[in-house]
Ligand binder design. Structure first.
Ligand SMILES: NC(=O)c1ccc[n+]([C@@H]2O[C@H](COP(=O)([O-])OP(=O)(O)OC[C@H]3O[C@@H](n4cnc5c(N)ncnc54)[C@H](OP(=O)(O)O)[C@@H]3O)[C@@H](O)[C@H]2O)c1
Length: 251
């Protein structure tokens, strides 16, 4: 597939580029600064990709980049959600612009694009309830409005998935020999391999404690998540279409 990556200079985006190439995809990086990207990526990696300079808040430029490059899929890692519940970041504006650009490009082509977006563990649903993780631990709340936007889209406008990892740490800063600790287990809607602790039965605070005890189990690496998305884009019909997707390292 030809994949347009927004945020390719970031922690996840810079690992997605070599992971996508390793999976046989071709890559178009959409970045604010091509020189920053060139300084980050190993020369043999940078040589293999196309680069478009633009702002991720500019939906018309994103649409044009998709149509001009002939991209079949888009991954948005641009923007970073604010942590405190009262925090504000550029992410909602970026997210809206990317959704609009991807949707309009699909409309013009008469075929919805496949697109991966980034959310966080907070928008996964607490097993056995309709509540989200962030109903118990209210951080990174901007992901909730991003998910609401995706869910409000008319059918067949974007073939989207929202990856909802907990903290992602780097395995290595060497982007030329991208290795990953091992495959993640993924699950739609509810976090995979959820552990039921007895504390969940404690009135009022049980759900909160259960989330707090489970959360560290969902830490993964940037490389594992890059590998996961790159692998999913090899499938023509993803099992994660129009779903939130939780991931865990089974080890
Ligand atoms: N890191 C984690 O542990 C973690 C966990 C869960 C979810 N997430 C989510 O995953 C996503 C990626 O995380 P990350 O750690 O890779 O983020 P990051 O390292 O902060 O990267 C953010 C990227 O966004 C780009 N960007 C920001 N504003 C832009 C704009 N207006 N136009 C174009 N590009 C813009 C930055 O480009 P410049 O280089 O030009 O600034 C950078 O490449 C975020 O949405 C985050 O909320 C992250």
């Amino acid at each position: 597939m030809k994949v347009l990556v927004l945020g390719a200079t970031g922690n996840l985006g810079s690992r997605l580029v070599p992971a996508l190439l390793n999976h046989g995809h071709s890559v178009v990086a959409y970045v604010r600064s091509s020189s920053k990207l060139e300084s980050l990526l190993p020369e043999p990696v940078y040589r293999q990709i196309a680069v478009v300079q633009g702002d991720a808040k500019d939906s018309a430029a994103i649409k044009k980049a998709i149509l001009d490059s002939g991209a079949d899929a888009v991954i948005n890692t641009a923007g970073m959600a604010a942590l405190p519940p009262w925090g504000k970041s550029d992410l909602p504006e970026i997210f809206r612009a990317v959704v609009q650009g991807v949707r309009q490009a699909g409309e013009e082509r008469n075929k919805p694009l496949r697109a991966w977006f980034l959310g966080g563990l907070g928008v996964m649903t607490f097993p056995g309830t309709e509540l989200m993780f962030s109903d118990y631990i209210p951080i990174y709340l901007e992901h909730r409005q991003d998910l609401a936007l995706l869910k409000s889209l008319p059918p067949n406008s974007i073939d989207w998935s929202l990856l909802c990892p907990s903290t992602m740490t780097p395995e290595s800063s060497d982007l030329s020999a991208l290795t990953s600790k091992g495959k993640l287990i993924a699950n739609a809607t509810h976090p995979p391999l959820w552990q039921d602790y007895w504390v969940k039965n404690i009135p009022l605070i049980g759900g909160y404690l259960s989330c707090g005890m489970n959360a560290p189990r969902y830490e993964t690496t940037l490389e594992q998540n890059a590998e996961f998305i790159a692998g999913d884009l090899e499938t023509l019909e993803s099992p994660f279409s129009e779903k939130t997707v939780g991931v865990i390292d089974p080890k």
